[in-house]
Design a protein around this ligand. Structure first.
Ligand code: NAD
Ligand code: TYD
Length: 371
């Protein structure tokens, strides 16, 4: 039985992980620590709210004292660190929070873990610090390059990936220098329920419904490897159960798409769904289907992202060989599930779009402990 601190648990992957973990490991304690930045959304955790094994704490991973109190008070033996600033475009226009949370915050979290698990009241007990990172730390591939392996040298290109790279190095150093029991995973692009609609897939789905342009950066030929979020959660689970301390594991979908192809694929799926559901079209009168048009008529090429990485691809041979990791969800089924989820959870994303998800929760003035 484990007792987990899940940081960033109100974000996209963190919330999916909380639901995954409570279902797969019902005897485990799950304490979420989340600052509720713009990307944190309590509505994403609503399903967990009644579970007695779950507790939500609003707070910063950089608040070392708070983290130490939680580790001791809850007798936590595992940290899964999802908390981060995660959007590349935001890191280009305003890198400071990326440095504060991804680098300084992660370092404070490591210091808290060392203080309690190595030097303090819980010294000698088994523990694990799992750090959730990204394939973006490895930089950019050409179409001929082999995919990223765990041995690929780091070459981050955006303030986001540079800040994640720095945090990965700090995590590594706390193992090598102090003996903290760490593991790190570097994963490819995730998609699925609860993803904030600034990221490509939910942005495209919601813009189609509203008849808004689908912005394609540059020539649209940048390549990403897409993984259904539950497969990422399973990969982390396997690392927590069987991963070797101090090791890094790549997690990927073996599923490379150019941006333009994925957007066209989403347009086709949406046309299919809208074509079969007159009620849906009536609810979204601006959607192209309402005027007898195709969704891909909204595609609009825009200025490229500064420093835009051309291609990411993951070689997950090590995770497959050592942990038996393989993605379970096919892209065809995962993307259909995702489209269906967004269509069935309009209240979730409408609240995000109009900002009420946040004001509501902020207005309730979270104390330090909320369910
Ligand atoms: P997200 O932006 O949706 O969520 C981040 C969460 O962290 C939010 O709930 C936010 O409130 C919280 N947070 C931010 N700063 C905090 C702080 N200082 N203290 C406590 N909580 C804080 O991000 P995501 O897409 O769910 O990504 C989660 C993690 O996975 C990140 O570390 C990211 O680098 C990594 N990752 C993401 C992807 C992807 O495709 N989204 C792929 C690989 C790795
Ligand atoms: P994104 O979802 O922001 O993830 P990341 O930058 O971490 O890979 O973007 C995925 C790809 O889609 C990336 O190559 C940038 C591109 N993109 C667009 O072309 N238009 C958009 O509006 C967005 C948000 C992304």
């Amino acid at each position: 039985m484990s007792r987990l601190l899940v940081t960033g648990g109100a974000g996209f992957i963190g919330a999916n992980f909380v639901h995954y973990w409570l279902q797969q490991h019902p005897a485990d304690r799950v304490v979420v620590l989340d600052l509720l930045t713009y990307a944190g959304n309590m509505a994403s955790l609503a399903l967990a709210a009644g579970n007695l094994q779950y507790r939500f704490v609003k707070g910063d991973i950089g608040a070392q004292g708070l983290v130490e109190e939680l580790l001791v008070g809850e007798e936590l033996d595992t940290i899964v660190n999802f908390a981060a600033e995660s959007h590349v475009d935001r890191s280009i226009s305003g890198p400071d929070p990326f440095i504060d949370t991804n680098i300084v915050g992660t370092h404070k979290l490591l210091k808290a873990a060392k203080e309690i698990w190595l030097d303090g009241p819980m010294a000698g007990r088994a523990h694990r610090f799992h750090h959730v990172s990204t394939d973006e730390v490895y930089g950019s591939l050409t179409s001929e390059d082999p995919p990223f392996a765990e041995t690929t040298p780091y070459a981050p290109n955006s303030p986001y990936s540079a800040s994640k790279a720095a945090s990965d190095h700090l995590v590594r150093s706390y193992h090598h220098t102090y003996g903290l029991a760490v593991t790190t995973s570097n994963c490819s692009n995730n998609y699925g329920p609860f993803q904030f609609p600034e990221k490509l897939i939910p942005l495209v789905l919601i813009n189609i419904l509203h008849g808004k342009p689908l912005p394609i950066y540059g020539d649209g030929l940048n390549v990403r490897d897409w993984l259904y979020v539950d497969d990422h959660c399973r990969g982390i689970d396997l690392i927590l159960q069987n991963g070797k301390i101090g090791e890094v594991y790549n997690i990927g979908g073996n599923n490379e798409w150019t941006n333009i192809d994925i957007v066209k694929h989403l347009c086709g799926l949406m046309d299919e769904v809208l074509g079969a559901d007159a009620g849906l079209v009536a609810r979204f009168p601006q959607t192209p289907a309402a005027a007898g048009k195709r969704s891909d008529s909204l595609i609009s090429y825009v200025q490229d992202r500064a420093g835009h990485d051309r291609r990411y691809a993951i070689d997950a041979t090590k995770s497959r060989g050592e942990l038996g990791y393989l993605p379970e969800e096919s892209f065809q089924s995962g993307i259909r599930k995702t489209v269906a989820w967004y269509l069935n959870h309009e209240a979730w994303w409408q609240a995000v779009m109009d900002g009420s998800y946040h004001q509501e929760w902020l207005a309730q003035q979270y104390g330090d402990d909320e369910r």
